[in-house]
Design a protein around this ligand. Structure first.
Ligand SMILES: *Cc1c(COP(=O)(O)O)cnc(C)c1O
Length: 381
């Protein structure tokens, strides 16, 4: 089976990991700060806080934004459940803004409408989590212009988008328009640390808060401990109820080594996307916008004349590991139990009914991509 996504590991990556295993620190050593610094250098962010998954990154981002039980957080239905779950971890209510069918990202006009309604009812969200679906950046300049007057914290779920740029050429993660950007290093994403994630920010206070939330809420910084620290150097202080969401040095070494290959990975993904774009032009499918700034995490087509279930099953039988991204979050049983219903976010639901993710990853060979195209053409003919 040709999978829909896969990691790309080199000997260099493997050496970077085994090197750490021979040294003193498996965790809380030098690899994590070095990886964080490399992420800042790549994205242009001032601060990076590594953590053990993108999901824990989203959780501490919500906490750092001050999200609590009396708050509401908005995200989009067309995402992985973690984009919404993070708000629920904080006890907050979640609500969704429908997507733009063309970009499959948050619909800015739906956002404006919903914000004015919420303002009139005094139910504005504390934070909005936008998702750069498939690696195509949301229009962050427009979104921040919309949300700024309301004093809402903007968080970017950039799990798909490390290596992408927005339409204005800003690197995703630079944080020009948001408070925090969350990355994931799960194996199917742009780069991997096996499991892992990071939160990027340009705000020093948010950075130190994020750091504490990722490590039990504990600080050892003299600045926070005051004069006592000089005389009692063993002192540390737990300031918040934090978690152990730390990334280990073993994982950080892998992520750091992978980051050196990021631009090459993204370029190869774009090359493959371009080939799909040309080869599928005559088929009854909607192709994704061929955005040269995308990180090309996923290549998702929408079927316009076929039953998705039949096509999905036929391709799986033919050895093509197609997938579906995403079941709208509000339709999961957990969210329906919270009161969400089918029909509430029609764009995301219509998109989901027809969506099919084709294999796309840097080591997908030309032959295997031709096989995907051949089998898809046959199944649709
Ligand atoms: C992968 C992913 C996450 C979660 O990242 P993990 O590192 O797997 O916890 C969150 N949001 C989106 C959109 C994702 O694709």
């Amino acid at each position: 089976m040709i999978p829909y996504g896969s990691h790309t590991l080199s000997e260099e990556d493997i050496d970077a990991v085994t090197e750490v295993l021979k040294h003193e620190f498996l965790t809380q050593g030098k690899q994590v700060p070095a990886f964080e610094q490399a992420l800042c250098q790549y994205t242009g962010a001032d601060f990076a806080v590594a953590c053990n998954s993108g999901t824990s990154g989203l959780h501490i981002a919500c906490l750092a934004a001050g999200v609590g039980a009396s708050d509401v957080v908005w995200t989009v239905p067309n995402s992985f459940a973690a984009s919404a779950n993070c708000a629920r971890y904080c006890g907050a209510k979640i609500d969704f803004v429908d997507i733009d069918p063309r970009t499959r990202n948050i619909c800015t006009s739906a956002l404006v409408d919903k914000l004015y309604l919420a303002a009139a009812e005094n139910k504005l969200p504390k934070a909005i989590i936008v998702v750069h679906f498939a690696g195509i950046s949301c229009d962050m300049a427009a979104i921040s212009a919309i949300t700024e007057p309301f004093g809402i914290t903007l968080i970017e779920d950039a799990a798909h988008a490390l290596g992408a740029k927005d339409a204005l050429g800003n690197t995703v993660g630079a944080g020009k328009y948001s408070a925090m950007t969350v990355l994931s290093f799960h194996p199917v994403k742009s780069i991997t640390s096996a499991e892992g994630g990071a939160v990027l920010t340009n705000d020093e206070e948010l950075a130190s808060l994020l750091k504490r939330y990722a490590s039990h809420g504990i600080t050892r910084e003299t600045a926070m401990l005051g004069d006592a620290h000089a005389e009692e150097p063993w002192l540390y202080a737990q300031c918040e109820l934090g978690f152990n969401y730390r990334l280990s040095d073993v994982h950080a070494a892998l992520g750091r080594s992978q980051l050196k290959h990021l631009d090459g990975f993204v370029a190869r993904r774009y090359e493959l996307a371009t080939i799909y774009d040309q080869a599928l032009a005559g088929l009854p499918v909607i192709r994704p916008v061929l955005d040269p700034n995308s990180a090309w995490h996923l290549y998702v087509i929408e079927l316009t004349a076929h039953d998705r279930k039949q096509v999905f099953n036929a391709l799986r039988e033919r050895g093509i590991g197609v997938n579906v991204h995403y079941i709208p979050i509000h339709l999961h049983p957990y969210y329906q139990q919270l009161g969400f219903k089918p029909g509430q976010f029609p764009n995301a639901e219509n998109y989901y009914r027809c969506a099919l993710t084709l294999p796309l990853f840097p080591t997908l060979s030309a032959d295997n991509q031709m096989e995907v195209i051949k089998q898809l053409s046959e199944v649709l003919s």
